[in-house]
Design a protein around this ligand. Structure first.
Ligand code: NAG
Ligand code: NAG
Ligand code: NAG
Length: 152
């Protein structure tokens, strides 16, 4: 009897646990899927980079990132295109809070460039925060890492 119960609960868990789908990409109903990547490109792991990202209704968590580690998540852009994700970073005596997504075309509004991608790739470096952007003056669809913000 106990065995049947265990199998029953296991199957029930399979049905009700959305996290069992380990793929990164969410499927969105009538709206595009976006991804954000936060990659640690600091020169040293000492002190360790700490990151906390969130939106109004999504909590990405408080994590320490190793060198080259990629903190990433995906979400469905809302119908009103008003999704805002920000991240707070701590590295030694420094800390900084920046918006990492508030615009479907440029990732962030304040960027001079656009990226037209469905993902936003950020790198955290010693001299600040870089976002992958499309080079509008080069005709070959090349991308570069745009220095968006300093640590201070
Ligand atoms: C973040 O850094 C500012 C200075 O830029 C400092 O005043 C503040 O106390 C720091 N906050 C945290 C939570 O570390
Ligand atoms: C674009 O790519 C082509 C072929 O690779 C090259 O000949 C051309 O010089 C490139 N243009 C620019 C602006 O880099
Ligand atoms: C964009 O591409 C052009 C031509 O390849 C290059 O000269 C320029 O430095 C690039 N701009 C940026 C911001 O990378």
């Amino acid at each position: 009897m106990a065995l049947y119960f265990n199998i029953f609960f296991f199957l029930l868990l399979l049905l009700i646990t959305p996290n069992l789908d380990l793929s990164l990409v969410k499927s969105c109903f009538l709206s595009p899927t976006y991804q954000v990547h936060i990659i640690n490109k600091l020169p040293s792991n000492i002190p360790q980079l700490q990151v906390h990202c969130a939106s109004k209704d999504d909590e990405i968590g408080n994590e320490y990132l190793d060198i080259n580690e990629d903190l990433r998540w995906s979400f469905c852009e809302s119908f009103f295109e008003n999704t805002l994700y920000f991240c707070h970073f701590w590295w030694g005596s420094m800390n900084k809070s920046i918006a990492v997504f508030d615009d479907p075309i440029g990732c962030v509004h304040h960027g001079q460039y656009l990226n037209y991608l469905n993902y936003c790739k950020w790198e955290v470096r010693q001299d600040g925060f870089y976002l992958e952007m499309y080079n509008t003056t080069d005709g070959n669809m090349t991308y570069f890492m745009d220095h968006i913000s300093d640590w201070s």
